[in-house]
Structure formats: C-alpha cells, structure tokens
Write a protein that binds this ligand. Structure first.
Ligand SMILES: [Ca+2]
Ligand SMILES: [Ca+2]
Length: 393
C-alpha cells in the first residue's frame, strides 16, 4: 500500500514538473513547425456536430461549418482569400480554400506559444498579430503556411494587464494599425493608454492615442462610404441586468472622448465616478446595443451575395452575457444602412446559439465578409468558423 502511495506521489511530482517545464517553454515565441489539418468535407456531419439546425436565419440564408478551429476569435482575410484566426490561447491559425468552392480545405497552425494572440490584421503580405502587450508580424506568410517564420516584434510597449487585455486589431484607411487598450477593471479611472483606442504605423513607430473614454472595444471597422471608424464598446457590470447598454460608436476624427468611466451609454452617469460630471461632455453612442450582450466583432457588409438592402449593413457578433441573471446575446445582429447613410436599429440576423436560459450552443466573437459575399462567424465556445451564404428562393 505504502509502495503504491509513494509511486503515485512520484508520478504526480513528475507530472507537476513536466507541466512547469512545458508552461515555461510556452511563454516564449517559437518557430512553428508545419502542422496542417485537412478540413472534413462531410458538411452534413459537421452541421450536425455543431447543432447548426438550431440556428435561425432570414429566408434564403444558410449556415454551414467552414472549418473547425479551437478557440476561434478575431478573423481577417488576405486579398488572396487566406483566412487568419486569432485565439485567446497561444496559437494563430490560417485557413485556406484551395479550390475556391466556399469550403475550407486546410487549417494551418502558423504561430504558437504567444500570449493571447486574439488580434489579426493583414497588410502587404504580412500578418500582424496582436497579443496582450506586443504586436508581432509574420512576413510573406502566405507562401510559407506550412513552414511559418518566427514572429518579428513590431511594437512591445502595450500594457501587460490581462483584464480586458485581449486585443482586436485592424488597419485603417490611413494605413495605420489600430489597437485598443481596455480598462484593466470593471470600473475605474484608467491610466492612459488604458481605456483608449491607439494607433501605430505599420513599422511600429508613431504611437498615439486616437480616442478615449472607452471601456473595452473588441471590434471595429471603417464605414466603406466615408471611411469613418465605427467600434463596439462593452458596458460596465454590476449596475443591474438592464443597464448600461453596450455601445456602437463612431469616431470620425482623433481626440474624441466616449465617456467611460464617467458616463455610460450616453445618458447614465456612473454612480461613483459620474459625480460632478455631465454626459453632455462626452460623445454618445450612435446605437445602444443592449446590456451585457457583449458586442464584440463588427463589419460592414461590402459583399454582393446578400440581398441589396444589406449593402453596407453593420453585422455585430454578440458573445453573450456571463453575469446577467438571464443569459442574453449569443447571436449576430444586423443594422442596415438607410438611404441617407444612417443605420436602422440592430435586429437579430443569426440566433439559436442560446437555446434556453442555460443551454449555450456557441458564442459568436467576430464576423468577416469573404470575397464571394458570404459572411464568416467565429465561435470560441465550440471552436469553429461558420459560413453564412444566401441564395434567392
Ligand atoms: Ca475548398
Ligand atoms: Ca461610452
């Protein structure tokens, strides 16, 4: 008995030591060896596996699994059609559709050992990766998906806080890389650059704060009609189930303040930090998106596949609530562009990832329009990228 006990102890110690060794190793970036997985072409079994029969879409739309991708978070697509997928773990994926039939063929691990590589952005042949504190670059990546280069550091001076630390990143029409820095708390007066959206040049120079008063933006895009920046911002917690709302904001110029932590959703002064402040001193949201829905990725619909009234519409991925008494979100909503350039209030577009108050079937994180006009949706809960397409009935 004693012998058995001591062997178990030895084994546990060995496993513990192994875990420490491997976790130390994983904290460094490393050259990733070729690691490609073929995507199953059995659409029916994938559809079943991810319970996609539960997803409701407007008439004529169809959803299918594009690729199985563990912890799929932010999406970006190169002009050649390579899809890049960030995660909140350590890996970054590239997904190819080699025969251009709208079904992914291969999933490559192109980086590993990174510290929450949530953000991905593509420019001039290079993939930019946003981790908690560091922006990396993988050069000429598309020609070496099966033998990716070691990541090059572009900029490494972002704060190391993990609270609201995962980053969405994207290049603006000014060719600068936009990088948000969330407030490192639920509610506090954030020390800059916390609570902002910053931007840097593609070579890492020229850091500046673009917009302030932002709690935590995990998705933004530029309006294709006027090149203005639009972004989602997640409202604070612990003011109850129904306030404050998440926000859809627009920042057409640098230097605007969106109110956090003093004023929420444009009209609610914070009970603590709002004392002596006025909501009139801050830019209000264009749309209130609902409390706790966790509005993350957003894109304008620039494709031609969907019906004409979707032209320039804003799709928003709602990751879903985590601390509301009844769950909300877990869907993709759409705000359509009116003829005068304003937007309708967002309405559900794809829902069913929340089956009932406790049954979660998936959590949308980001949306991305492909060149053929279909819309991708990432899901970090089930670990997949879905593709929504349209065919007139
Ligand atoms: Ca294919
Ligand atoms: Ca605000």
């Amino acid at each position: 008995m004693h012998l058995l006990f001591s062997s178990i102890k030895k084994l546990l110690f060995f496993l513990f030591a192994l875990a420490i060794i491997s976790s130390c190793k994983n904290n460094k970036t490393e050259n990733t060896k070729s690691e490609a997985t073929a995507v199953s072409q059995n659409s029916a079994s994938l559809f079943k596996k991810y319970n996609l029969d539960k997803i409701k879409l407007p008439a004529g739309f169809k959803i299918e699994v594009y690729a199985e991708t563990p912890d799929a978070r932010s999406l970006c697509v190169s002009p050649n059609g390579t899809l890049f997928v960030g995660t909140r773990s350590k890996k970054v994926y590239a997904i190819t559709d080699e025969n251009h039939d709208g079904k992914a063929d291969k999933v490559y691990v192109i980086a590993s050992g990174l510290n929450v590589p949530n953000g991905v952005a593509f420019k001039d042949g290079s993939l930019y990766i946003g981790t908690i504190s560091t922006i990396y670059r993988l050069d000429s990546i598309e020609s070496r998906l099966d033998n990716p280069p070691a990541p090059v550091v572009v900029y490494d001076k972002y704060p190391s806080d993990t609270h609201h630390g995962p980053k969405f990143i994207a290049f603006g029409p000014d060719n600068k890389l936009y990088v948000p820095v969330g407030a490192p708390c639920n509610i506090c007066i954030p020390e800059p650059p916390h609570g902002t959206i910053t931007r840097i040049n593609a070579d890492g120079s020229g850091f500046e704060i673009y917009a302030t008063g932002i709690r935590n933006s995990v998705g933004f895009a530029w309006n294709p009609t006027n090149k203005e920046l639009w972004f989602t911002d997640n409202g604070r917690d612990e003011l109850g189930d129904d306030i404050p709302s998440d926000e859809l904001n627009t920042a057409p110029k640098a230097g605007m303040n969106f109110g956090y932590p003093y004023c929420h959703e444009g009209d609610i002064l914070d009970p603590e930090f709002g004392k002596g402040k006025s909501c009139l001193d801050y830019t209000p949201p264009v749309k209130k998106l609902g409390a706790h829905v966790a509005s993350l990725g957003m894109r304008f619909y620039t494709g031609n596949m969907f019906p004409a009234d979707y032209k320039n519409a804003i799709f928003i991925a709602e990751h879903g609530s985590w601390n509301r008494s009844t769950l909300v979100g877990y869907r993709v909503v759409v705000a359509k562009m009116n003829s005068n350039g304003s937007f309708t209030d967002p309405v559900p577009f794809a829902e069913g990832w929340l089956q009932n108050v406790t049954n979660v079937n998936g959590r949308p994180v980001d949306v991305q329009v492909l060149a053929d006009g279909s819309l991708l949706v990432s899901d970090d809960y089930k670990g997949a990228v879905y593709r929504i397409s349209y065919k007139a009935l």
